[in-house]
Design a protein around this ligand. Sequence first.
Ligand code: SAH
Length: 243
Amino acid sequence: MNCKTLSPDRDPMGRAILDFQQTGKAGRLRVLSTMFDEDEMPVEHLFRDLSDMPVQEQKALSLANGRILDIGAGAGCHSLALQAMGKEVKAIDISPLSCEAMRLRGVRDVECVNVFDPSLPDGYDTILLMMNGAGMAGKVARTPVLLRRLKQLLSEGGQILMDSSDLKYIYEDEDGNFEIDPDEDYYGEVDFQMIYKEVKGDSFDWLYLDYPLLSTLAESCGLNCERIVEGNHYDYLARLTKK
Ligand code: SAH
C-alpha cells in the first residue's frame, strides 16, 4: 500500500475545507466518477456538528474510549466532538490542507500522515473510520491489508469503529429486484476524482462494503465483527475487535 500524503496542488477536498474554514464559504466541490453522473460534495457537510451527524456516527462517538485515533479525519468534526466530550483523540489525514484547517479549528493533536506509514505509533483503544472510512482500501482485494494494519494499531482489547453502506440499491430495478452480475467486479468498488476551482485531484479507488462481506473479510484477518447500528438506507456501523 502506498503511504504517501497529498500534494496541496492535487488536493481539491483539502483546498475546499481550508477555504471554508478561512472564509466561511467554499465553491463547488465536484465529484466525478466513470460509473456515476457528476455529483457535488456539500463542503459544509464536512463541518457537521454532533447534532447533525447520522445516528451511526453519534453512536461511534459515544462508544469511543481510551486513546482514540480518527483516521481520515477530514475537517475534524468527529475529533472536535470527542474533545468536547473530554476524550483523548489524535486526528490523522493525508491532506496537509485539511490538517491545517483542523489545527485552525482547535483539534489539538493533528498529524498529516498516511495510515500505512510505519512511523505512526500504535496502541489505540479506539480507531475511528467515519464516513465510509473502510473505503480507503479501494478494492475488496486490498481490504485485508487495511484491516491487518488497523489491527496492528490497536491496543489489546481495542476496537475499530467503521461505517459503510451497501451500494446494491443503485442496482435495484422498478420491481425491487437487484440486477447484479456476479461475474463483474464487486459492485461497491468505485472510482472518484474531485475538482475544486482550478485544483484537480488524481482519480482514486474507493470501496463501499456490504456488512456480510466486511464481516467475512474481518474474520479472515482474525477480527470479530459485529453490526452495532443498522441505518435506514443500507448503511451501518460495525465494531471490529481482536479475537
Ligand atoms: N472522516 C471525515 C472525512 C471523510 S473523507 C468525515 O467523516 O467528515 C475521507 C478522508 O480520508 C479524506 O480527508 C482523505 O484525505 C482521508 N484519507 C484517504 N486515504 C487516507 C489514508 N490512507 N490515510 C489517512 N487518511 C486518508
